[in-house]
Design a protein around this ligand. Structure first.
Ligand SMILES: [Fe+2]
Ligand SMILES: [Fe+2]
Length: 295
C-alpha cells in the first residue's frame, strides 16, 4: 500500500472565524493563544522565504520525483501563509498595535537571508525549520485536547490543518538538502539557527501581545506561561534530539494516527474540516462540526 504521507495534496480550506473572534481564541489558555498568534504572524514572511529558497533549489535539482515534490511543497506553503494572513489581519483589526512592527521586523530578517546569505545557508535554514516544525506538529497533535480543547473551532482547525500538512511534506526540504549539499554540520547549523531565530521572534511577539493585554506584568499569568512552555518543551526536546543523529531521516518519524485519519477524511470528502469540534479533540479521529447553514 502506498504511504499516505507520500501523497501531498494542495487543499483549499475555509476557516469561518466568527465576527466576535478574539485573540484569546482558546479562552481557557490565553497564553497558548498568543504563542500561536505570535507564530502565525511569522508565516506570511517565513513561508514565502521557504518558497523562494525552494524555487532557487529547483534550478539545481534533476530528480523528476523530487521536482514534483518541491512543486507540491511550494503550493502547500503558499496556501498556509495566505490562510495565516487572514487570521493575522483579524488580530491587527482587534487593535493589537505590535502586529505591524513585528511584521516589519520579520520582513527585514527574511529579505536579508535571501539577499545576503549563501544558498547552503538558505536550504539548511529551510530544512532546519521543517525538521523543527515536524516536532511541533507532533507535539500539537499529541497534546491537542490540553492545548485546544473547547477553543474557537476555526482557529484550532487552522493550526491543526497547517501541521497536518507540515507532517505530510516532512521529507521535501530534507531530500532537497541531501541532494544539493548534505553536509551534516550544515544541517545541524540550519536546525539550530532556524529554531533559535523563529523561537526568539515568536517570543518577542507573544510578549508584546501579552503586554498589550495587560497580562505580562501579573506574576500568576507569567507562571502560567512558564508552566505551559515547560510542558511544550518537555515534549519537544526528545523529538528535537532525534534530529541531531547523523542518520536522521524524517521518513523514520511515524505519522500520528490522528493525522492519518485527518488525511483519510479529507480524501473521502468529509465536509467541515475547517471547523473541527474542539469539545471532542480526544477522539482518535477529527470530528467536524455540522456545517452551518447560511442565514
Ligand atoms: Fe507551512
Ligand atoms: Fe512546511
Amino acid at each position: 500500500m502506498a504511504d499516505v504521507s507520500a501523497q501531498m495534496v494542495v487543499r483549499r480550506m475555509r476557516f469561518p472565524y466568527p465576527e466576535s473572534a478574539s485573540g484569546h481564541w482558546n479562552p481557557a489558555r490565553p497564553e497558548f493563544s498568543h504563542i500561536v498568534n505570535a507564530a502565525s504572524l511569522s508565516m506570511p514572511f517565513l513561508e514565502p522565504y521557504l518558497i523562494d529558497t525552494m524555487r532557487k533549489a529547483k534550478e539545481r535539482i534533476t530528480d523528476p520525483q523530487l521536482l514534483k515534490d518541491v512543486d507540491l511543497y511550494i503550493a502547500q506553503e503558499a496556501t498556509h501563509f495566505r490562510q495565516h494572513q487572514q487570521w493575522n489581519k483579524r488580530l491587527a483589526d482587534m487593535g493589537y498595535k505590535s502586529v505591524p512592527k513585528h511584521e516589519a521586523q520579520l520582513k527585514e530578517d527574511y529579505d536579508a537571508f535571501a539577499k545576503s546569505r549563501s544558498f547552503t545557508f538558505n536550504i539548511a535554514y529551510a530544512e532546519g525549520f521543517e525538521a523543527m516544525g515536524l516536532t511541533v506538529g507532533h507535539m500539537l497533535v499529541e497534546d491537542r485536547e490540553y492545548l485546544m480543547g473547547n477553543a474557537d473551532p476555526a482557529v484550532a482547525s487552522l493550526v491543526l490543518w497547517h501541521f497536518v500538512e507540515e507532517i505530510e511534506h516532512k521529507t521535501v526540504t530534507f531530500d532537497v538538502f541531501k541532494a544539493l549539499d548534505g553536509r551534516y554540520w550544515w544541517r545541524i547549523y540550519g536546525l539550530a539557527y532556524a529554531t533559535t531565530h523563529i523561537f526568539f521572534r515568536t517570543w518577542q511577539a507573544y510578549r508584546q501581545l501579552l503586554i498589550e493585554d495587560g497580562r505580562w506584568s501579573s506574576l500568576k499569568n507569567r507562571l502560567t506561561l512558564y508552566g505551559l512552555l515547560a510542558r511544550m518543551f518537555r515534549k519537544l526536546l526528545p523529538r528535537l534530539a532525534r534530529i541531531l543523529k547523523p542518520s536522521y531521516d524524517p521518513r523514520q518519524v511515524e505519522d500520528p494516527p490522528w493525522v492519518k485519519q485527518w488525511w483519510r477524511m479529507h480524501r473521502e470528502g468529509t465536509a467541515g474540516m475547517g471547523e473541527i469540534d474542539t469539545t471532542r479533540l480526544s477522539a482518535p479521529a477529527p470530528v467536524p462540526l455540522p456545517i452551518q447553514r447560511a442565514a
